[in-house]
Design a binder for this molecule. Sequence first.
Ligand code: FES
Ligand code: FES
Length: 153
Amino acid sequence: MSVTLQINGVQHQLEVSEDTPLLWVLRDHIELTGTKFGCGIAMCGACTIHLDGQPVRSCSMPVAAAVGRQITTIEGLASNAAARAVQDAWDELQVPQCGYCQSGQIMSATALLSENSSPDDAAIDAAMSGNICRCATYPRIRSAIKSASEKLS
Ligand code: FES
Ligand code: FES
């Protein structure tokens, strides 16, 4: 089918099967490879993107479900104040280890701080619990979210 997608503020038209996971459209058709494949079954969070500002797992979302909605990937976060605060904090606190999960972590953290600029520990846990890090950078992720929160407020 022919689909039109709005990705990072740019319209893309492509021919693709309607049940193709959005992740593969982003990576293979649009060449936005910042979004990663981890588990493929919505269990790890590596493929997290924003759909109308909400974090979703792109590995388990058919492309047809994203038509008519605003898709944002890690490459499109530059204009978002919460994202800038998150990325600065990630840099200052040197959060990543291997880095593989971090795109998804940053997308989830940005969505959290965009809705709640002063999250408590429970809110952080609720927002980030679906993002797995094999390198166990969780303490630095939590510290970076708190640091970004302080800068935003
Ligand atoms: S690759 Fe999508 S949640 Fe793991
Ligand atoms: S930094 Fe390696 S998996 Fe998270």
